[in-house]
Design a protein around this ligand. Structure first.
Ligand code: ATP
Ligand code: MG
Length: 347
C-alpha cells in the first residue's frame, strides 16, 4: 500500500469573509489534537484544508494519510483502515498495515465519512474511544497515536436525524466543526482563485501568466461553479494548456462554462466599453472576437447546442456559424465533458 503524500500544492487561498473566518478557525485550533469534522460540497477544499491543519500542527513531521471511505466496499474498508493478518480472509496472503497504523504519530483524514455503513460506524467509534485498532484476523490490540480529521459532503446531523448515522459517532467526530462554503456563496474568492491557479498552471509550463481579458473575468464571476474550486481549478488548467495567444480571451475558455455563464446575450455596448483602465490601449479585434464568442455561446446555449437553430438566432448561415465557432476557438476547446458540451459537438 502506498501512503498518500501531502501535495506540495496544499495552499488554501481566499479573501471572502467566509474564508477569513475559516483561516481564523485554523489559527485558533493551531496545535489542538482534537478531532475535526470538515463539511462541504464536493470540490470545496476539504482535503486541502485537512492537509493544512496537519501541516500547522505539531504532528507535521509525521505522516498525513488520506482515505476516502466511499471507495471501499463494506468488507474491504475494515481491512483498509485497521489492516489484516495473513489468512484473515481469502486473498490475505500476507500481513498488511491499516491506514490508522500507517498514520502513526500523524493525522488520518477520513474523507466521505457520511458513506461509512452503520455496521462499520460502531467499529470506528470503538477506535476513536479506545485509540486502539484490531487487525482483521488478529488477536492483538494495537495502540494508535493518530489525530483524526473527518470529511463529509452531507450534513451529518441531518443523517443522524434520518437514522443513517450513529449519534454517538457524530458527537465523537464533531468536536471541532468546520464548514467550507460553496464557491457560489463566496464569489469574492473567484478572482483570487483564478489568479492563483492560472499562475500555477502557466508556471508549470514555464510561461509567464498572460493578461486576462475583462470578459473572461466576468464570465468566471457569473458562472455558478457547481463543481466548486475543483471545477475552477480544472478550467484554469485547461486554459493554460490551450491558450498560447498571450492574452486569455473568451475564445480560450471552455465552451461549457461560457454557455452556462451567459444565459443572455452580452450587452454589446457594455462589453465594448473598457471596464477599468480608460487609458490602456484596447484591441478592437480582440473586443469584437469576445463579443462574437459570447453571442455564439449564448445562441448555442439557448438552442440546446443545435447549430442550425443557433445560426437562425444569429441570422447567419449554419456553415458560417461553424467557421465562426472554429475561429473563436470554441469548437476546438469544447471537449465532451458535460451533456451540453456533447450536444454542441453532435448537433
Ligand atoms: N481555497 C482554496 N485555495 C486553493 N486551492 C483550493 C482551495 N479549495 C480547494 N482547492 C483545490 O481544489 C481542488 C479540490 O479540493 P479538495 O480535493 O480539497 O476538495 P474536496 O472538498 O475534498 O472535494 P471532494 O468532496 O470531491 O473530495 C484541489 O486541487 C485543491 O487543492
Ligand atoms: Mg476530498
Amino acid at each position: 500500500m502506498t501512503t498518500p503524500q501531502i501535495s506540495m500544492d496544499s495552499v488554501v487561498v481566499g479573501r471572502s469573509a467566509r474564508m477569513r473566518a475559516v483561516f481564523e478557525f485554523l489559527r485558533v485550533i493551531g496545535n489542538s489534537d482534537s478531532t475535526v469534522l470538515v463539511t462541504g460540497e464536493s470540490g470545496t477544499g476539504k482535503e486541502v484544508t485537512a492537509t493544512l491543519i496537519h501541516q500547522n500542527s505539531r504532528r507535521r513531521h509525521h505522516p498525513f494519510v488520506a482515505v476516502s471511505c466511499a471507495l471501499f466496499s463494506e468488507t474491504l474498508i475494515e481491512s483498509e483502515l485497521f489492516g489484516h493478518e495473513r489468512g484473515a480472509f481469502t486473498g490475505a496472503i500476507k500481513d498488511r498495515l491499516g491506514r490508522f497504523e500507517l498514520a502513526e504519530g500523524g493525522t488520518i483524514f477520513l474523507d466521505d465519512i457520511d458513506d461509512v455503513p452503520l455496521s462499520m460506524q460502531v467499529k470506528l467509534l470503538r477506535v476513536l474511544q479506545n485509540r486502539t485498532v484490531e487487525r482483521l484476523g488478529g488477536t492483538r490490540t494495537v495502540p494508535v497515536n493518530v489525530r483524526v480529521i473527518a470529511g463529509s459532503k452531507r450534513d451529518l446531523k441531518q443523517l443522524v436525524a434520518e437514522g443513517k448515522f450513529r449519534e454517538d459517532l457524530y458527537y465523537r467526530l464533531n468536536v471541532l466543526p468546520l464548514t467550507l462554503p460553496p464557491l457560489r456563496e463566496r464569489r469574492e474568492d473567484v478572482p483570487v482563485l483564478m489568479d492563483h491557479f492560472l499562475s500555477r498552471y502557466f508556471k508549470r509550463r514555464n510561461e509567464d501568466i498572460p493578461a486576462i481579458s475583462d470578459a473572461v473575468r466576468q464570465a468566471f464571476l457569473r458562472y455558478s461553479w457547481p463543481g466548486n474550486v475543483r471545477e475552477l481549478e480544472n478550467a484554469c488548467e485547461r486554459i493554460a494548456q490551450t491558450c498560447s495567444c498571450g492574452t486569455v480571451r473568451i475564445g480560450c475558455m471552455s465552451a461549457s462554462i461560457l454557455f452556462r455563464a451567459g444565459s443572455q446575450p452580452v450587452d454589446v455596448a457594455q462589453a465594448m466599453t473598457p471596464a477599468t483602465d480608460t487609458t490602456a490601449p484596447i484591441s478592437l479585434d480582440d473586443r469584437l472576437r469576445e463579443v462574437e464568442a459570447n453571442l455564439i455561446g449564448w445562441a448555442l446555449k439557448v438552442s440546446g447546442g443545435n447549430k442550425s437553430r443557433a445560426a437562425e438566432l444569429l441570422q447567419i448561415k449554419r456553415s458560417t456559424l461553424g467557421d465562426r465557432i472554429n475561429r473563436c476557438g470554441l469548437g476546438a476547446l469544447d471537449k465532451p465533458e458535460t451533456p451540453s458540451a456533447v450536444a454542441v459537438h453532435t448537433a
